[in-house]
Each structure stands twice: as C-alpha cells, then as structure tokens.
Design a binder for this molecule. Structure first.
Ligand code: GSH
Length: 230
C-alpha cells in the first residue's frame, strides 16, 4: 500500500468488471478519487491468483474477499455492503421507508439476475444454443418485470438516482454485451434508463476512457464475458 493511497478510499477487486464494477461506477459518478486496486488472475489456461492470495490475510479484513473497500480505519467486504455504505455516505440511498423497501427489493432481484448469469457462464466451458435460449427466456421475464415497474420514473426507485441504478446498469449491460445486443428493443423505458445513465457526465468520461474494461466483464474462467470482442 503506497503512502499516497493510505489517505484515499481504496477499492480492491480483480481486473474485471464482475461484482466490483457497480462500486467503481458509483465512485466515478461522484468524481471521488480512489485507488482502484486491480488484482490480476493470469490468463486462460494459466490462472494465477497469487497476487491476491499473498495479501488476502494481511490487509486486516474480518471476512477476507474481493471486492474490499478501505475508507480510513473502516475495512468492508461484501459488494452490497460496500455499495450501500457509499450510498449512505454520499446520499445515493433513498430515505423514505417505501422507497427503501422498493430499493432493497430491486437490489435483491438484481443480485438474483447477477447470480443466474454468473452461474450459467461458469457451469461449462462453452454454452450451448439451448442454454443461451434458456438465458434469453429467463432475462425476458426479468426485463419485462423491470420495464413494467419503472412507471414514469426516471430511475429505478423514483426520480432520484440511487445505488440501485448502478447495479441495474451493470447487470443489464452484461446481458446486452454477451447475449443480446438489441435486448432493449421491446423495453423503451429500460432503454431510456441505460441511455440516460451512460450520459451522466462524469460516468460518460469513465465509460469512454481506457480505464473502463468494457469487454472484461468476467474472468477468463467464464465461458462468456472476457475479451469476447476487442
Ligand atoms: N458475496 C460476496 C462474494 C465475493 C466473491 O465471490 N468474490 C470472488 C470474485 S467475484 C472472489 O474471487 N473472491 C476472492 C476470494 O475468494 O479470495 C460479495 O458480493 O462480495
């Protein structure tokens, strides 16, 4: 850990989007300087976790895992705990009870979606057409539920941007990037949501930059989502 980085927020995660990217997106949106520490995992057929394993139990984490966040003397694991800590700290957490309930319901749904995707692409080295069709059916159900629940809202929870939007953008984009590039054609509200999100000024600069790992959604262990295109 460099002396400079000791004073700013440190985020540790693999060098991919994965579970860490919603946190990166939120920090980028807020233009908060942070040490985006990316651990390398080797290459396909030559995996190597040593960079992480060497430090995993030396950082002082109670529940050592990736991602982790260090903010002063606070050390947090679990992607959702990290995201919600930052949301509370920087006013991206709804305060109204009904909106909190909606936010947490959407959060759980989006984690279900993430896990379904993650499970499907880690089960076998390649996905068959049948498996892809199953994923499409699964996602169409999720996308129509999300579309219907948007109502006239600008963002998922209401008219204020919240931490849920960062999760939604990331896990909807996995599907768009890997399975169906035109997936929003029947879902105009979701299309409007992702377009609006990508136009948030500080995020736009990040999404257009070389730091953004657009094509590295997951690690080379996954059958999809890693350098699937240049
Ligand atoms: N529930 C945890 C899961 C964390 C997890 O599974 N991390 C994976 C990467 S997505 C990992 O490789 N962890 C490193 C380790 O197990 O040492 C979270 O959401 O943060």
């Amino acid at each position: 850990m460099s002396p400079k980085s000791a004073s700013i927020i440190q985020l540790g995660y693999w060098d991919m989007r994965g579970y860490g990217e919603p946190i990166r997106l939120l920090l980028r949106h807020l233009a908060i300087e942070f040490d985006d520490h990316r651990y390398h995992f080797g290459t396909k057929g030559n995996y190597n976790w040593n960079e992480w394993l060497r430090v995993k139990h030396t950082i002082g984490l109670d529940f050592p895992n990736l991602p982790y966040l260090i903010d002063g003397d606070l050390k947090i694991n679990q992607s959702q705990a990290i995201l919600k800590y930052l949301a509370r700290k920087y006013s991206l957490m709804p305060t109204d009870l009904k909106q909190i309930a909606r936010a947490e319901m959407l959060e759980c749904l989006l984690i279900d979606i993430r896990q379904r995707f993650f499970g499907s692409v880690h089960r076998k080295p390649t996905l068959t057409m049948d498996q892809i069709d199953l994923m499409k059916q699964d996602y169409m159900g999720y996308l129509s539920q999300l579309e219907c629940s948007m109502g006239d809202n600008h963002w998922l929870v209401g008219n204020q941007l919240s931490y849920v939007d960062f999760l939604a953008y990331e896990y909807l984009d996995w599907y768009r990037q890997c399975i169906q590039s035109d997936c929003f054609q029947y879902f105009p509200k979701l299309f409007y949501f992702v377009t609006r999100f990508e136009q948030l000024p500080t995020l736009k600069s990040y999404l257009d930059s070389d730091e953004y790992r657009k094509a590295h959604l997951l690690s080379p262990y996954a059958s999809l989502g890693y350098r699937f295109k240049k």
